[in-house]
Design a protein around this ligand. Sequence first.
Ligand code: ATP
Ligand code: SKM
Ligand code: MG
Length: 169
Amino acid sequence: MNIILIGFMGAGKTTIGRLLAEKLHTEQHDFDKIIVEQIGMSIADYFASYGSESFREIETKVLEQSLTLDGIISTGGGIVMKKENQHFLQGHPNVIYLKADLDELVHRVVLDKRNVRPLASSKSIDEIREVYLPRISLYEKSANLVIDTTTKKPEDIVQEILDKVEVFQ
Ligand SMILES: Nc1ncnc2c1ncn2[C@@H]1O[C@H](COP(=O)(O)OP(=O)(O)OP(=O)(O)O)[C@@H](O)[C@H]1O
Ligand SMILES: O=C(O)C1=C[C@@H](O)[C@@H](O)[C@H](O)C1
Ligand SMILES: [Mg+2]
């Protein structure tokens, strides 16, 4: 059994996934981390050398292979960009969309110096909005629970997930 977290960059998929896995004494599987291990370079370097489409293909393979994983899956922000991934997520019982207002997402991403995100770091808010807007409906239709994280602390979001996800009741 696994729980899949989706949402835009800065939504907290990695952060909440780690805290939730700790709380449940289970494993976290972070797709970006798994992919970085597979490609042997940073995501920013991979985008620069091979482009986003090639990255998306790897991401789709990692998603397909995740069927048998136990624990909490933190996806990358672009997981909903491929149709086959949307179908996969729509057929999964526990997909949580962590959402937040764009200003808050940008604020979090700008402050996060550990991660270089080729589609957001060093981009203007208008450029990021262009990536964000077409994705909103894709996140919504790929999830069966939506949690607005805009004004919430990570610990409270974890508690909300534990309260709302049926599998924990
Ligand atoms: N609820 C929150 N409130 C404040 N800051 C947060 C919250 N959730 C995450 N952050 C911070 O925002 C930054 C990005 O979080 P995180 O890496 O978890 O996002 P992500 O959804 O995994 O993004 P990506 O799609 O790029 O992997 C981190 O510095 C994290 O500490
Ligand atoms: O939203 C996106 O397209 C991305 C999000 C990150 O998690 C990484 O997967 C990468 O930077 C692309
Ligand atoms: Mg992440």
